[in-house]
Design a protein around this ligand. Structure first.
Ligand SMILES: Cc1ncc(C[n+]2csc(CCOP(=O)(O)OP(=O)(O)O)c2C)c(N)n1
Length: 555
């Protein structure tokens, strides 16, 4: 006989260029770990919670453009990992969840830890596979990877019964099939260029499919050639240099008024590499009746189904943008130049960072100012969900590609694990995780993983002793009636040191720069606790202000 199916599984990952996976070990897939004992063909990162492992795999997918791989065990492990399956579905990123399963002859009998993956992941996964015969391991895994990565990328579950992993097979591991070429025709690209040339107030809205370096360059060229301002979708601000005169802002959570106004005034919207979800559409405000939408995405099913669309082109972002940049565009009229300049000015005005005074702690904006001053352009920021992130979204100026990893689904717990994946993938870059005190203790135990892996993450915790975002919503909808949102926390610097990481505390603006530099110089993970103001609950609001008035720009 040949090899175990577990060995074929590992070799198939390797042939696909997938050299790292994240796991919490389980008794259901001992055979996989057994194969790695002698021949560690992939780097298997042992995590402290499957949610952390799966968030790491999700972040790794964002960085590599290939499927992120997570191993988890049967029911308990699979349910823990499911948060990242949901995040990968909402964010359209490829994730392969390799889930141990009970022996396949016992499935359906309620065996210990058995789980029906089809029912459980039916709402999240693009496909749910199960390998029921060792000869089919490579075929099914290769298909799972292909499905996860193609069209609208997303999560795919592969159920791995223990007895199948242990069984031997003569079937060989498989590599990738030829990647599908998904690109618009020359004629279609020329038609888009014509629409843009005749427009008075065109905008581009660009999403995660333009994340990779080649698409980013093509995006810059196309926006310059055609003189079109560029808006980024939520968590994708890093697709475009914020100092570029054509950058016009992020269509994320409650965009500032100048950004919303400009997008509403556009006569042509060219959406590229985004599904034009709820936030990108300003909650349904665009496209308005007089706005023409041209939509470019690699999946026909995601265009023209929710929005009135004049032209839908099935194409990857990179090839489309390259072809668009190569069009002979007429020189921009004065009107068009003024339109682009106004869009950039609207962004600039709203991005100016003005930290406010506070009596109950530091305005978190001071920390963002220090990051702006000290971080290199290629530093990777990973973001958890919380009101602390508003300063980053509105005010941090991204310059370089693949420098932001956040969850489009707004999942708390992403920040710390994502930073570990990034530090492992890019050990030469500074990696900063931004988290609140709530998110820090959801998946912060992965700090132990960072220490073990010597991942040089710098975790900045905005500690306002509250689930601040929810408090903000309470004060908006039920002013003066907070409940269940206050938190009691450990001394986070001491907590970090207990893990073997550097632990620092920042209370004043003067301490921000030196603390950041000390953390950046650490030869291992470092944590900075910022004693943040709760009163300055986010970059645009105060608790008192919310209580005084329900009319805020929080929508
Ligand atoms: C997994 C998960 N649970 C709950 C929520 C709802 N939620 C969004 S933000 C937030 C509070 C975040 O608090 P914290 O991390 O302290 O950051 P802050 O908002 O105070 O800056 C909560 C509970 C969520 N988005 N994700």
């Amino acid at each position: 006989m040949g090899a175990t199916a577990a060995k074929v599984l590992l070799d198939t990952l390797v042939l696909h260029g997938l050299n790292r996976a994240f796991c919490v070990p389980g008794e259901s897939y001992l055979a996989v770990m057994n194969e790695l004992h002698e021949d560690p063909v992939i780097h298997l990162v042992t995590c402290r919670h499957e949610g952390g492992a799966a968030f790491m795999a999700f972040a790794d997918a964002k960085l590599t453009g290939k499927a992120g791989v997570v191993f988890a065990s049967r029911g308990p492990g699979a349910t823990n990992a499911s948060i990242a399956a949901h995040a990968a579905q909402q964010g359209a990123y490829p994730l392969v969840l390799m889930l141990g399963q009970v022996n396949n002859e016992r499935i359906g009998r309620g065996a210990t830890q058995e789980m029906d993956f089809v029912k459980t992941f039916g709402d999240m996964a693009k496909s749910i596979e199960q390998v029921d015969h060792p000869d089919r391991m490579a075929e099914i895994l290769a298909r799972a990877i292909r499905i996860a990565e193609s069209g609208t990328p997303g999560p795919v579950v592969v159920g791995l019964p223990t007895n199948v992993l242990e069984a031997e097979t003569d079937a060989k591991p498989l590599g990738r099939q030829s990647p599908p070429r998904i690109r618009a025709s020359e004629g279609d690209v020329a038609a888009v260029a014509d629409i843009l040339a005749s427009a008075e107030r065109p905008v581009m809205i660009v999403g995660g499919r333009a994340h990779m370096a080649d698409a980013r360059k093509a995006l810059k060229d196309a926006s310059e050639t055609l003189s079109v301002p560029v808006y980024a979708t939520f968590e994708h601000q890093d697709v475009f240099d914020h100092d570029h005169p054509n950058y016009a802002g992020e269509l994320g959570i409650r965009p500032p008024a100048p950004i919303q106004e400009a997008v509403r005034k556009a006569d042509v919207i060219l959406a590229v590499g985004t599904r034009m979800g709820e936030m990108a559409c300003l909650g349904g405000a665009i496209p308005g009746p007089s706005q023409r939408l041209v939509h470019v995405y690699p999946d026909a099913a995601k265009m023209g189904t929710n929005l009135p669309t004049e032209m839908a082109l099935v194409s990857e972002a990179g090839p489309f943008l390259e072809a668009l940049a190569a069009q002979n565009a007429p020189p921009a009229s004065d009107g068009r130049k003024a339109w682009a300049a106004k869009a950039h000015a609207g962004y600039d005005e709203s991005a100016a960072l003005k930290p406010r005074d506070a009596a109950d702690g530091m305005d978190f904006g001071h920390m963002i100012a220090a990051m702006q001053a000290h971080l290199p352009d290629d530093a990777v920021l990973t973001s958890d969900a919380g009101s602390f992130a508003s300063w980053m979204h509105r005010h941090y100026r991204f310059k370089s590609t693949q420098t932001l990893l956040g969850s489009e689904a707004g999942a708390m717990g992403m920040g710390v694990p994502a930073s570990i994946a990034a530090a492992l993938r890019h050990p030469e870059r500074q990696v900063i995780a931004l988290v609140g005190d709530g998110g820090a203790l959801m998946t912060g135990s992965e700090l132990a993983t960072a220490v073990k892996e010597r991942a040089k993450v710098r975790i900045i915790i905005s500690n306002n002793s509250n689930y601040g975002t929810i408090r903000l919503h309470q004060e908006t909808h039920y002013p003066g009636r907070p409940h269940a949102t206050d938190l009691v926390n450990p001394d986070f610097a001491a907590w970090a040191r207990a893990f073997g990481a550097v632990g620092l505390t920042v209370r004043t603006p003067e301490e921000t720069g030196p603390a950041l530099q000390e953390a950046m110089a650490a030869d291992g993970p470092a944590v900075i606790e910022v004693v943040s103001s709760l009163e300055n609950v986010d970059s645009a609001n105060t608790i008192d202000g919310l209580r005084q008035s329900e009319k805020t720009d929080m929508g």
